[in-house]
Design a protein around this ligand. Structure first.
Ligand SMILES: C[S@@+](CC[C@H](N)C(=O)[O-])C[C@H]1O[C@@H](n2cnc3c(N)ncnc32)[C@H](O)[C@@H]1O
Length: 266
């Protein structure tokens, strides 16, 4: 009897949870809409709570449609509501176009229709006999594709050593020299080779080749290679495991053979 009740409860919960997967993209899409409308930036310029009519006139849209968007975003705690209007939260400040730590460009890039297309071919990556997801969607790998697209080039590369077409659009930075090259051919000489989120794009043989080129680039006696990667651990269930597992999926959708590392890989 008890077992029967808990099975029914589980089934009822599942019937609610399944909607999360049917329409989960809506959360991101509405946040994207808020960034495009400049809602976080508009609220930031106000000193205190902002009422709907002021917000709608400052971003130039109808209050009635904006009300629906804001209701959804309040529910998701992206913004909060004071007694007389909307207020920023630490989360909405991360969505400001020029905020110190904000990520709107990355969110818009990750959710750009061209970057979403490979996700529809994720099963192709799993079925080994099919083309990689990104190639199935765009006919070439992510690096060749980015080489032809100015906006994506900027977002794909921040390193000082990167492909020539990436460094050609990397902004100047005091004390940093941008060097263009192909790490499978050679890496510029340095005391330390710092690889952040690089190896996860490649398979084991390619990673070994990259590391070999790094070894050739650093001094034999005191050179160092520092690798920064999110490490997925099967039985870990802390708050950030979700991010690590999502990055693993991103590697499957956007690279030919890359995967997020597990501890054993090291
Ligand atoms: C995931 S991004 C690195 C992210 C960056 N380290 C950071 O912290 O944001 C991988 C980088 O590898 C670069 N890349 C891809 N193929 C390369 C190659 N053959 N030689 C050099 N760099 C390459 C890409 O242009 C891209 O900038």
């Amino acid at each position: 009897m008890e077992g029967e009740i808990s099975r029914k409860e589980e089934e009822a919960e599942a019937q609610v949870d399944v909607w999360k997967y049917v329409y989960e993209f809506v959360d991101t899409t509405v946040v994207k809409c808020a960034i495009e409308l400049g809602i976080p930036d508009a609220l930031e310029t106000r000193d205190g709570p902002t009422i709907l009519s002021d917000l709608s006139s400052s971003i130039g849209c109808s209050p009635s449609t904006l009300h629906h968007i804001m209701r959804f975003l309040l529910h998701h705690k992206i913004f909060k509501e004071g007694l007389i209007g909307y207020l920023q939260t630490p989360l909405s400040r991360l969505l400001m176009k020029n905020g110190e730590k904000s990520l709107p460009d990355f969110l818009l890039y990750a959710n750009d229709p061209e970057m979403l297309a490979p996700w529809h071919s994720l099963s192709a990556r799993v079925l080994a006999n099919e083309s990689p997801a990104f190639e199935s969607a765009h006919g070439e790998d992510v690096w060749r594709y980015a080489a032809k697209n100015q906006a994506k080039r900027r977002l794909l590369g921040f390193n000082n050593f990167d492909l020539p077409h990436v460094v050609s659009v990397t902004p100047d930075c005091v004390g940093v020299v941008h060097v263009g090259g192909d790490m499978f051919v050679s890496v510029s000489k340095a005391d330390v080779a710092y690889l952040k989120w690089v190896l996860h794009d490649w398979d084991d043989e390619e990673c070994i080749e990259i590391l070999r080129k790094c070894r050739e680039a650093i001094p034999k006696d005191k050179g160092k290679v520092i690798i920064i990667e999110a490490v997925v651990e099967e039985d870990k269930n802390d708050k950030l495991e979700y991010v690590r597992l999502t990055l693993d999926m991103v590697m499957m959708a956007h690279t030919n053979r890359g995967l997020q590392m597990i501890e054993l890989t090291f």
